[in-house]
Design a protein. Structure first.
Ligand code: UFG
Length: 337
């Protein structure tokens, strides 16, 4: 069945990949994005990839009038809510901005949806809700532990959505806890914006391979992990995008909400990522061990069986494909694409 899906933040990294996956699955998509963390070239690139016109509304998710207009103009069956701030360190510097965009933005969206009678939502959550988890792989039943304002906004968002569903069973929410999204679209036309100095490992490594940064800083090699460096569950952004399609289709067909991890269930250390990227790029990747980064968690790995059971979701792409697609994307951008 064809549905019309609103993607807030649909021009961003995960949103744009989800647009492609939803369009391929036969759904209509409307993007709402203020381009505060997305490139203006993305809609044209999405048209190039999908071969279909892209509908974009340039607006902030906290803009109630803009949202009311979207729901008045389009018959939206469900919403995927990506629009949010997401940098852990920055959230400690400007917590009120995080509360405003991530919490007020969510409430503004929910009010607009409620008024329009659209009560199907997929919510972008994060493994960060687990804080420092007691067990790895980490199941969805692990307790919430906020480590920073960003993590708190995801916990608060999840809790509000839980109460909303409890208060009115017409609401059905798919909460997706992402582990570490990585890679880029196979076309090399869409990927994570590589313009700034990245905080995250994968885009940082990509810049070192391109010669735009001198070396990778490995934040600590004295963790209780096989090689002492931090372990993460990297998930290809195209797999992650497919998880959203499955979540939406489940919500629309059953009217039942769910909370699932989206990860591969397999972790890789910082040194393993560097080695994989070296293979993909065929470049030397100088790296140096430095102090631990404050607030870092030793291991984040998903228990992935619930997403498989509830959504039929299984990842298809491994670390080498993440590195190869990222290398293709950043090389393409560096060539002026
Ligand atoms: N790391 C380095 N050097 C770098 C950057 C990172 O050694 O230059 C290490 C980190 O210490 C960590 C690993 O690489 O061990 C991954 O770090 P990232 O910054 O790429 O990702 P995080 O796991 O810290 O955070 C990401 C998102 C968060 C999200 C979290 C959930 O940025 O928003 O995943 O897993 F909450």
């Amino acid at each position: 069945m064809t549905s019309c899906i609103l993607l807030t933040g649909g021009a961003g990294f995960i949103g744009s990949h989800t647009h492609i996956a939803l369009t391929a699955a036969g759904h209509k998509v409307v993007i709402l994005d203020d381009f505060s963390n997305a490139q203006h070239s993305v809609p044209a690139r999405l048209e190039q990839i999908t071969g279909q016109p892209v509908t974009v509304i340039d607006a902030d998710v906290r803009d109630a009038d803009a949202l009311a207009k979207v729901f008045a103009t389009h018959t939206i069956d469900a919403v995927v809510h990506f629009a949010a701030r997401k940098a852990v360190g920055e959230s400690m510097a400007v917590p009120l901005d995080y509360f405003d965009v991530n919490i007020n933005g969510l409430i503004t969206l929910l009010r607009a949806m409620d008024r329009a009678g659209c009560r199907r939502l997929v919510f972008s959550s994060s493994a960060t809700v687990y804080g420092v988890p007691d067990e790895a792989p980490t199941p969805e039943t692990a307790p919430f532990r906020a480590m920073n304002p960003y993590g708190q906004t995801k916990i608060t968002g999840e809790q509000m959505l839980g109460w909303l569903q409890a208060s009115n069973p017409e609401w059905a929410v798919g909460v997706l806890r992402y582990f570490n999204p990585a890679g880029a679209h196979g076309s090399a036309l869409i990927g994570e914006d590589p313009r700034d100095i990245p905080n995250n490992l994968m885009p940082y490594v990509a810049k070192v391979a391109l010669g735009q940064l001198p070396r990778v800083m490995v934040f600590g090699n004295d963790y209780d992990t096989p090689d002492g460096t931090g372990v993460r569950d990297y998930i290809h952004v195209e797999d992650l995008a497919r998880g959203h399609v499955l979540s939406l289709e489940k919500l629309l067909s059953t009217g039942q909400g769910h909370v699932v991890n989206l990860g591969t269930g397999r972790g890789y250390s910082v040194l393993e990522v560097i080695a994989a990227y070296q293979r993909a790029s065929n470049r030397d990747l100088p790296h140096v061990i430095t102090d631990r980064r404050p607030g870092d968690v030793p291991i984040y790995v998903a228990r992935a069986d619930k997403a498989a059971e509830v959504l039929g979701f299984r990842t298809e792409k491994g670390l080498d494909e993440m590195c190869a697609s990222l290398w293709k994307w950043v090389s393409n951008m560096a060539d002026g694409a």
